[in-house]
Design a protein around this ligand. Structure first.
Ligand SMILES: Cc1ncc(COP(=O)(O)O)c(C=O)c1O
Length: 171
């Protein structure tokens, strides 16, 4: 097999410097690489990591759904999606609300900006973003993020109003 660092581009790193081990298994809070070296997983903030690795209930739920239906496009209704929406609405107390499922954090932020601009009928309505913030790696999310390292690649002023600039305007 081609070494992963030669076949995959990884996010938020210098590509030539990336050389992490390939992880092949896990249990609970631990995972291990192809040489059997074990690591304590400290990444509980990321994605679904709080669930830990290989919990039997999670494996069972994935297997049960995979046996029924692995995928259906967004044009159709899907039982697990409707069920999750109902649970989220119950937990959030957002009675009469509807859930929009996105693919990740940057996607969610993109949609939040798009939906609020559509709802207000202001296609270029002002968005206030904080310095030293992170909102994702898509074009708009990078512009929203208060990270000067990525601003050279996007045009923040086309998308967002920085708090500092807004306060300077207010005086
Ligand atoms: C606050 C915040 N917003 C957005 C994102 C982007 O999420 P994703 O990597 O799923 O696009 C992250 C990811 O770390 C985040 O912490």
């Amino acid at each position: 097999m081609i070494p992963e660092r030669l076949s995959v581009m990884h996010s938020w790193c210098v590509q030539a410097d990336w050389d992490a081990p390939t992880i092949v298994g896990g249990k609970g809070a631990w995972f291990w690489d192809e040489n059997g070296r074990r690591y304590l997983d400290m990444s509980s903030l990321a994605e679904c990591m709080t669930l830990g690795h290989q919990h039997p209930a999670l494996i069972r739920a994935i297997r049960e759904q995979a046996e029924k239906l692995c995928f259906i496009t967004a044009a159709w209704g899907a039982e697990p999606r409707a069920h999750l929406a109902e649970r989220l609405l119950e937990k959030s107390g957002f009675e009469g609300g509807r859930v929009f499922f996105s693919l990740g954090g940057a996607d969610a932020n993109e949609h939040a900006v798009k939906i609020v601009r559509q709802a207000l009928a202001r296609p270029r309505g002002v968005v206030i973003a904080r310095d030293r913030s992170y909102h994702g790696a898509t074009h708009l999310a990078m512009a929203l993020s208060g990270d000067p390292r990525s601003h050279a690649m996007v045009d923040p002023d086309a998308f967002v109003t920085r708090v500092r600039a807004l306060l300077a305007d207010i005086g």
